[in-house]
Ligand binder design. Structure first.
Ligand code: AKB
Length: 321
């Protein structure tokens, strides 16, 4: 029986992952954890954890006999640029603390399987932008991207040197409606739905032709759980897998929304996030993920748009442009 700890459970991915894992393993076997005092999404088991507190981490893992950890606590690309040292400390030490705990527990005969998210932000301006290969130039220019690239190398290192069973995905921008995104460059693709449903004109912080890799949350959750369930012997990559969903730019997304809401209007006012997006891939080659663990995206733009328009709650006012 698996006992699964999700750190960052109140965040965009964590909130949905806890629900999916609870449906699969039973709510009692999924321990949601975050830095705030309570679960924002009604997790049955909840613990307050600051991932930088190693003693607390070890205590909860021991208390619940945890066998898998998803370490999702991080500062994203846009907020990371506002506080680079904080982003570096949280993103790197958070991962290192989990890897060290997995190493120590593994040596004591209590293995801990680890999931850690990397990102398309690990690529940079000299990376081939179209159909970006799994192995290529990686020269990230944000603190977030630098932490993701360094984190990928740490994952590989802990696997090679200590046999830690760590698995990772380079997430594209994730689009979802359950919880607000947390300060990324791809957030426009969520905020746009909130404006559209409020009947407001959307002021987009990226320019119209900025194509980025994106993925709808149900595909992202399926990818994550499939990778964690794949037999270890099938995995040829212990840094992080490219995983593609779909690719589009703001103009194409606005057009797809307009097909459902003909009065929707968009205006472009690129800000500092445009410079970040310009260094990221437009599309990804995810053939290694397909070959190793059968990854195949299922959700395209039309389905994503109609599902978002059905499910986004506009009353919360949680999203700014
Ligand atoms: C961000 O925009 O920072 C994130 C990401 C692509 O990792 N959504």
């Amino acid at each position: 029986m698996e006992r699964i700890l999700v750190i960052g459970a109140n965040g965009q991915i964590g909130s949905e992952l806890v629900e999916a894992l609870a449906a699969q393993h039973g709510a009692d076997n999924v321990i949601a954890a975050d830095i705030s005092q309570s679960s924002l999404y009604g997790a049955k088991v909840y613990q307050v954890i600051d991932v930088l507190n190693t003693a607390r981490l070890a205590e909860v893992v021991e208390q619940y006999h945890v066998t898998q950890v998803y370490q999702l606590a991080a500062l994203l690309s846009a907020t990371g640029e506002q506080a680079p040292l904080k982003a570096w400390t949280l993103n790197m030490d958070g991962l290192l603390n989990i890897l060290e705990l997995a190493r120590i527990r593994g040596a004591a005969g209590k293995p801990l399987k680890v999931f850690w998210p990397s990102s398309i932000a690990a690529f940079g301006p000299n990376t081939p932008a179209v159909n970006t290969p799994q192995y290529t130039v990686m020269d990230p220019s944000t603190i977030y991207g630098i932490s993701k690239l360094a984190g990928e190398r740490l994952c590989e290192y802990y696997f090679q040197k200590y046999g830690v069973d760590v698995r990772s995905i380079r997430y594209p921008g994730i689009i979802s409606y359950k919880s607000p995104p947390g300060g990324g460059t791809t957030d426009y693709a969520i905020a746009i739905f909130h404006s559209a449903l409020r009947g407001e004109r959307y002021e987009c912080f990226l320019d119209a032709e900025t194509t980025l890799p994106m993925i709808y949350m149900p595909d992202a959750i399926r990818a994550t759980i499939s990778l964690m369930e794949a037999p270890a012997g099938k995995l040829s990559i212990r840094s992080s897998y490219n995983v593609a969903g779909l690719s589009f730019n703001p103009r194409e997304l606005a057009l797809a929304i307009k097909q459902n809401l003909p009065d929707f209007d968009i205006h472009y006012a690129p800000d500092s996030r445009q410079a970040i997006a310009a260094t990221w891939p437009q599309s990804l080659d995810d053939s290694s993920a397909s070959k190793d663990w059968g990854w195949q995206a299922q959700i395209g733009l039309e389905q994503l748009v109609s599902d978002m328009l059905k499910n986004v709650k506009i009353s919360d006012g949680a999203l700014a442009a």
